[in-house]
Design a protein. Structure first.
Length: 528
């Protein structure tokens, strides 16, 4: 079978899956319906301050698995719903930032710099249209790069990297994430070390469960969903509640009223914005392809690059960046949205999650089974069909369908979701906590999993209080088992050579890069 055959099978898997409903004689598959519902939920969640796409993905995943089960037919509907959330949340986050000067996520802070001043001048509708067009354009660009680069990189890894090289690559990836995420290398290494420690509880090849201290509940290790959701979601909820109680006497911004009649975006204005969108899309895609860096840095760099260009071409009497110019909104939104597609490049090609949203896509794939993100997915077999490759192209199809929804109905639904900014945090956050714990119990059906989730939630809260990013913890927890298995296999394949990590030029290069990343992070910490 050729590449075009697999692409066609992936498209058919999305459109010809189990029927959800028939409209005017046209069958709508379950996957299509799940992408649509996930997209609507994503926009609503993104428009709600204090929430984000990963929170909705975390709550939805256990519920979806309980509905669809662990069969191969559940993969595309569940992944399609999660992708819909991810795509919808990329445009929804601009709503509170522009209208209420309330960034729901750190990367949305840059949107407030020009978006909110535009809204105060009565151009809130135009600012939202600029954000929508820029966000969807950057997201589409990064998806195209993903589809081109992920198979190529996976084939390169599978063809040229053996077990020692793959083990060295995993070490490099975790070192890079530890150094890049968080305030310092020490904090990143602490987070990564805690993640590895949690991953190795109750695991290993010995007859006696490792690190279980004789406790039966720990003998099978920490559940993946409990650990990830506890640190990422419950920890964030507890931290946000603590911040709320400290700031409960502060006032909140009122609704911005549009006073100008013309809120539309003309073709001439779009043409003026395209240079900023194009530069930011490239910046965001390049940053997104590096695991662990995230959209906040992309938004900052995109805004800075756009500002430099704007200052060269602007007229003397024109407003500058930070005073409410559409170019500032466009540069920011194109950069942070183009990260989402590129972040899946290391996921699909290497099996390494790059951000929180990618974590839940991997979590879904591992929970359901039948699809393991990594180099082995892109094996173009000719004698028999590779089902994982069909799923991969089905995943690409889901992403393009979600982008199509973004282009068509995304803007309208995005502007309608301004009402979500009025939900008080003291109501919203306890609901999120209850839904998360309920979702965990639905999937695990054991109170021990709920206690584990709360325990890791406290850990996540303490990490945020100490300014330690929980993302290296989560990624190390997910990759820890894979690193151990790969290292064991590499050790055996090299005849018990203890120096297998430096047994080839490629593995030596990866370990040297690891050392360079650590040294560079140390020097950066000393100069900050």
């Amino acid at each position: 079978m050729g590449t075009l055959d697999y692409i066609w099978l992936g498209i058919l898997a999305v459109f010809q899956g189990p029927e959800f409903v028939s409209l005017a004689g046209i069958s709508i598959s379950v996957t299509l319906a799940m992408i649509f519902f996930g997209f609507l939920l994503g926009v609503a969640v993104g428009a709600t301050p204090g929430l984000a796409g990963p929170i909705a993905m975390a709550i939805s995943l256990p519920i979806l698995i309980s509905i669809f089960g662990f069969t191969p037919d559940a993969l595309l509907p569940v992944l399609g719903f999660l992708i819909g959330i991810m795509k919808g949340a990329t445009i929804g986050g601009a709503v509170p930032a522009i209208l209420f000067n309330t960034p729901g996520t750190p990367d949305a802070f840059m949107t407030t710099l020009d978006g909110h001043p535009m809204a105060r001048r009565g151009l809130g509708g135009k600012a939202l249209r600029v954000a929508h067009f820029s966000s969807v354009t950057g997201d589409t660009f990064s998806d195209i790069v993903l589809i081109i680069c992920a198979p190529f990189l996976a084939l390169l890894v599978e063809g040229y990297l053996d077990l020692p090289e793959k083990a060295a690559l995993l070490i490099l990836s975790m070192s890079f994430i530890a150094a890049a995420v968080g305030g310092s290398l020490a904090k990143g290494l602490i987070s990564t070390g805690l993640g590895l420690l949690a991953a190795y509880v109750g695991t290993g090849q010995d007859f006696y469960p490792r690190l279980s201290i004789g406790n039966e509940a720990l003998s099978e290790g920490f559940p993946l969903a409990s650990t990830v959701l506890g640190v990422l979601i419950v920890g964030a909820v507890l931290h946000e509640l603590a911040l709320y109680w400290r700031r409960r006497d502060d006032g909140t911004a009122g609704t911005v009223m549009e006073t100008e009649a013309n809120q539309r975006l003309s073709l001439r204005e779009i043409g003026r914005l395209m240079p900023y969108i194009g530069r930011s899309a490239v910046v965001g895609t390049m940053i997104g392809a590096l695991p662990g860096i995230g959209s906040t840095l992309a938004a900052t760099i995109g805004y800075t690059v756009g500002k430099r260009r704007y200052q060269k071409v602007r007229k003397d009497d024109a407003l500058d960046f930070g005073e409410g110019v559409p170019e500032g909104v466009a540069a920011t939104e194109a950069a942070n949205s183009s990260v989402s597609g590129a972040n899946l490049i290391p996921v699909l090609s290497l099996g390494i999650p790059g951000n929180a949203a990618a974590v839940f896509l991997i979590l879904a794939a591992e929970s359901i089974g039948g699809f393991t993100p990594g180099p082995s997915v892109f094996k173009f077999t000719t004698d028999q069909v590779n089902p994982e490759l069909v799923i991969a192209f089905g995943l690409f199809t889901c992403m393009f369908l979600a982008n199509l929804m973004n282009w068509t109905i995304g803007g309208v639904f995005m502007r309608a979701m301004a009402v979500m900014t009025r939900i008080p945090k003291q109501v919203l956050l306890p609901v999120v906590l209850l839904l998360t714990l309920t979702a965990i119990y639905v999937q695990e059906t054991a109170m021990a999993a709920v206690w584990f989730t709360l325990g890791f939630g406290v850990l996540g809260y303490l990490m945020r209080v100490l300014a330690i990013s929980p993302l290296p913890f989560v990624i190390a927890f997910i990759l820890g088992g894979r690193l151990e298995d790969t290292s064991r296999q590499a050790f055996a394949a090299t005849g018990g050579d203890p120096w297998f990590l430096v047994s080839s030029p490629v593995s030596i290069a990866f370990m040297a890069l690891t050392a360079i990343v650590v040294v560079a992070a140390i020097r950066r910490g000393r100069t900050d």
